[in-house]
Write a protein that binds this ligand. Structure first.
Ligand SMILES: Nc1ncnc2c1ncn2[C@@H]1O[C@H](COP(=O)(O)OP(=O)(O)O)[C@@H](O)[C@H]1O
Ligand SMILES: [Mg+2]
Length: 375
């Protein structure tokens, strides 16, 4: 079995997850971390990887009780332990996820960024690939220099040589680091307005839909997750992204037109799957900017749930509802920060961030399961 392990002491756990032993000891002594006890005269306590993961998972979820006293820092990953546990279970196999809906303005970029931040805060190595020539996700974070860096030049180079060097790709990637509170960093492969034109030219290449996959294959070893933000239309950009992906995350608003966009997107993925040797899995639906006070939104949500259950064979654990919250979203965007780093209204930003965090945890846990079945 993959890295399932038994730990006999705090020392062993501490060195496995790379955390100060004192911290681990406190948690063990207070029995916050569950243990297995042997029966008999010489009772012995021990801990398993399974129990540790479970602990980290529950701890993160429980931190969302959101009572008024909870501080930002407490509410997120208290101490480094959760993060380190989850990090030590990183799969060493990169997953590529495309975030899409062929309708624009439904929250693809906002959710891409915030899911990436959630994963990064959970200790995962994340790259955001911007395949939208509008370059919204490229420009999301402040203090990052994008000079001479864009996926466009990678495509140009690839077109020239029909191949590319890893170092050339790495050179175009921008790192965003946030050292406040729970520090994290993530990488971005930016886009620019000329990308759309470039992609038109690339149509002439041999199997142009496979090019992004080939490019990402060079750098997958450096990441746990690569998340691709896509433009709001069907075309080579989306085809390339889907071909490169293991999973697709759909984003929709709860209104009739966005739901239509969802259906078209699902149809396109089904078509694509017919011609592929691997199967691109639709992983879940984010319903963005949802307000329960509108009847039309509730009706559309019912339709989305039907799609989820009937068309995608997923259950409601794969539905993530993000509340309509224009003030926080806009103010965080205006200072170029993720929702969770925008701390003006702690409680609200936490509750708004919760679906992103839940999705991130779901990804990590599924990864763990798939490792189990593979080995
Ligand atoms: N939960 C939300 N509540 C209110 N407004 C939102 C929410 N999420 C996103 N928005 C706003 O909706 C607009 C479109 O979001 P964006 O993520 O850019 O969509 P897309 O990438 O699908 O075009 C942006 O102006 C953003 O500020
Ligand atoms: Mg966008």
């Amino acid at each position: 079995m993959y890295d399932a392990r038994i730990f006999n002491s705090s020392n062993e756990i501490a060195s496995f997850v790379n955390v100060n032993e004192k911290k681990v000891k406190i948690l063990l002594n207070s029995q916050i971390i569950p243990c297995v006890t042997t029966g008999g005269e010489h009772r012995k306590r021990y801990y398993t990887t399974e129990l540790l993961i479970d602990y980290a998972y529950r701890n993160i979820i429980n931190k969302y009780s959101l009572d008024d006293n909870i501080s930002y820092k407490e509410a997120f990953l208290q101490k480094e332990l959760n993060k380190e546990i989850l990090k030590s279970f990183a799969s060493h196999r990169c997953q590529v996820i495309t975030v899409t809906n062929q309708k624009g303005g439904v929250g693809k970029t906002t959710n891409t960024i915030n899911i990436a931040v959630a994963l990064a805060k959970l200790g995962q190595k994340v790259l955001i690939v911007d395949m939208d020539s509008q370059a919204q996700s490229s420009r999301y974070f402040k203090k990052v220099s994008y000079k001479n860096r864009s996926i466009l030049s990678i495509f140009e180079q690839f077109k020239l040589n029909n191949d590319i060097e890893k170092s050339y790709i790495k050179d175009k990637i921008v790192t965003f680091s946030n050292f406040e509170n729970e520090s994290y960093s993530l990488d971005i492969l930016p886009s620019e307005i000329k990308l759309a034109k470039m992609l038109e030219l690339m149509r002439m290449s041999n199997r142009p839909d496979t090019i992004l996959d080939k490019i990402l294959n060079y750098i997958k070893e450096d990441y746990d997750y690569i998340i691709i933000d896509t433009p709001p239309y069907s075309g080579l950009s989306l085809e390339m992204s889907l071909f490169a992906s293991d999973k697709v995350l759909l984003v929709s608003e709860a209104d009739e037109f966005s739901v239509e966009g969802l259906e078209v997107t699902i149809q396109e993925i089904n078509e694509l799957n017919k011609n592929l040797s691997k199967k691109i899995e639709i992983d879940g639906i984010f319903v963005n900017a949802f307000s329960k006070h509108h009847n039309y939104a509730n009706d559309a949500l019912d339709d989305i749930v039907d799609i989820l259950l009937d068309k995608l064979n997923l259950d409601e654990n794969s539905l993530f509802i993000v509340k309509y919250s224009p003030s926080i979203i806009r103010s965080s965007q205006s200072v170029q920060q993720s929702i969770i780093d925008y701390k003006v209204k702690v409680k609200e930003s936490l509750s708004l961030f919760e679906p992103m965090l839940k999705y991130a945890i779901k990804l990590i846990l599924e990864q763990k399961k798939s490792n189990h079945t593979r080995d």
